[in-house]
Design a protein around this ligand. Structure first.
Ligand code: NAD
Length: 445
């Protein structure tokens, strides 16, 4: 007798119904897809306060940082404005050998079919709903498994989705690794995964069994490079704000800083002053409602171990370093004299630790980056156009911003994603729509 699994019946039935519905949605007009997205926008807008509450309940994410829905609304409005145009077949030139002007060559973007979403614990609403918009706009059906580490958010995501979509269009199943593993056995047409690189490899292997296409939004070590010409006060302010937002749990934030040996002390002083100005000399404190916590005790221990190992092996604590086990609390922490052999420089930090590494020349900084895995984000702070151009053209990254960190994520006109170890595929706006579509050529002779 075959062993029954927790996904038998329910999910198998939903999956089959989504396969049937996908054939219908494939033919849906832009206006029908737009109407669904407008409904989603209405429900999300009506639930902003509950979303804020769920995020606080999950990891004490402060209400000042809980604006996850704004980028979702912007994405819906942006995609709705262009969808009709994007869905039109693109007519391209036909070579003379294939009939020239007597033939028609066109490219149709058709939906991939049934898609699986495995989504992460940081920004649970944003990182589930924003990609969902492009996936729906492309005409797909979707099964979503949100993160088990943020149960209040996952429950509300399920409620929001159920109030907008029938099960055979979008379905949310809660659960952890076991559920994700069983879902990965199903013959999805496309898998959209956001999370760590290690699990990304598991997802890609599972996708290979059914030859499903994948979008992998992964992590990595994203540097901010401070060129000597940079405005140090401005750079420190932008880096500190984006680093400690969400308690450092942002995939595209600065993982570490590279600054020249000669100007390092000056820049560290700027960083220290900015951190203490924003969070107080002793940090926000374990009672603070204005600073998030690490999402669970495993992530807390992982980050604390990185801190302890760095301090035991020569790194200098400039400010921060306060921890509390029962609260999963680590205060915004700045570390100087960090060397490349430390674990903190080998693993993605994904927490509120900011290590500073010095370089002798810009070429050394570039070599250092190029010796590691390709980063998700690479940020350059400089007023020197030649230095900026040199850094950008000599390195590869998922995305870059000059004189700020992670702001490229906010633009629906720019593609978003990683490269190599930091990810595969592109999202946002038209790029997301295309990623969730099959580019089908049709030649009429
Ligand atoms: P995670 O990999 O632990 O979990 C992500 C999802 O994968 C969850 O739904 C989880 O249940 C599922 N999962 C976990 N283990 C699995 C397994 N063995 N098999 C199948 N599914 C499994 O990631 P996380 O801790 O939630 O998020 C942190 C990581 O995500 C960081 O590395 C961060 O950089 C990355 N991230 C990347 C982006 C991006 O856009 N590139 C965005 C957010 C987070």
């Amino acid at each position: 007798m075959e062993t029954e699994t927790l996904l038998d019946h329910d999910i198998a039935t939903v999956f089959k119904s989504q396969q049937c519905k996908a054939l219908l949605l494939k033919k849906s007009a832009a206006q029908e897809r737009i109407a669904r997205l407008i409904k989603l926008k209405e429900v999300v807008t009506a639930n902003v306060d509950r979303i804020t509450e769920a995020l606080y309940n999950d990891y004490k994410k402060p209400k000042e940082e809980a604006y996850e829905t704004e980028a979702v609304i912007v994405e819906i409005d942006f995609i709705n404005a262009f969808l009709e145009t994007w869905m039109k077949p693109e007519i391209v030139t036909t070579p003379e050998a294939l009939g020239g002007e007597a033939s028609v060559s066109k490219i149709i973007l058709e939906p991939k079919g049934v898609c699986l979403f495995l989504t992460p614990c940081n920004y649970p609403f944003l990182l589930t709903l924003r990609p969902l918009i492009a996936c729906l706009a492309a005409g797909n059906t979707i099964i979503i498994k949100p993160s088990e580490l943020t149960p209040h958010s996952s429950k509300l995501i399920k409620e929001i989705i159920e109030s907008v979509f029938p099960k055979d269009e979008v379905f949310v199943i809660e659960g952890g690794v076991e559920v994700a593993t069983e879902l990965l056995d199903l013959p999805f047409n496309h898998i959209f995964y956001t999370g760590g690189t290690r699990v990304g490899k598991i997802v890609m292997k599972a996708a290979a069994n059914h030859l499903a296409s994948v979008t992998l939004e992964l992590g990595g070590k994203s540097p901010s490079i401070i060129d000597d010409s940079a405005d140090f006060a401005d750079a420190a302010e932008k880096i500190v704000y984006t680093k400690f937002f969400n308690c450092g749990q942002t995939c595209i934030t600065t993982d570490y800083i590279l600054v020249s040996e000669d100007r390092k002390d000056e820049f560290v002083a700027h960083l220290k002053g900015t951190i203490q100005h924003m969070y107080g000399v002793d940090g926000p404190g374990i009672e603070s409602p204005k600073y998030a916590r690490l999402v669970n005790s495993n992530h807390y221990r992982r980050v604390k171990n990185l801190l302890d190992e760095a301090l035991e092996n020569g790194a200098k604590l400039v400010t921060g370093g306060k921890t509390n086990d029962s609260e999963n609390y680590i205060s915004p922490t700045l570390l100087d004299d960090v060397t490349p052999d430390l674990a903190i420089m080998k693993e993605e930090i994904f927490g509120p630790l900011l290590p500073v590494v010095s370089y002798k020349t810009l070429d050394d900084a570039i070599d250092f980056i190029n010796c590691g895995e390709r980063p998700l984000g690479l940020y350059v702070y400089s007023k020197d156009k030649n230095a900026t151009e040199k850094i950008i053209s000599s390195t590869t990254a998922g995305g870059s911003v000059v004189n700020h960190t992670m702001m490229h994520y906010m633009s629906p006109f720019l593609p978003f994603g990683g490269v190599g170890n930091s990810g595969i595929g592109r999202g946002h706006g038209y790029f997301g729509f295309k990623d969730f579509s099959n580019q089908r050529p049709v030649l009429e002779m």
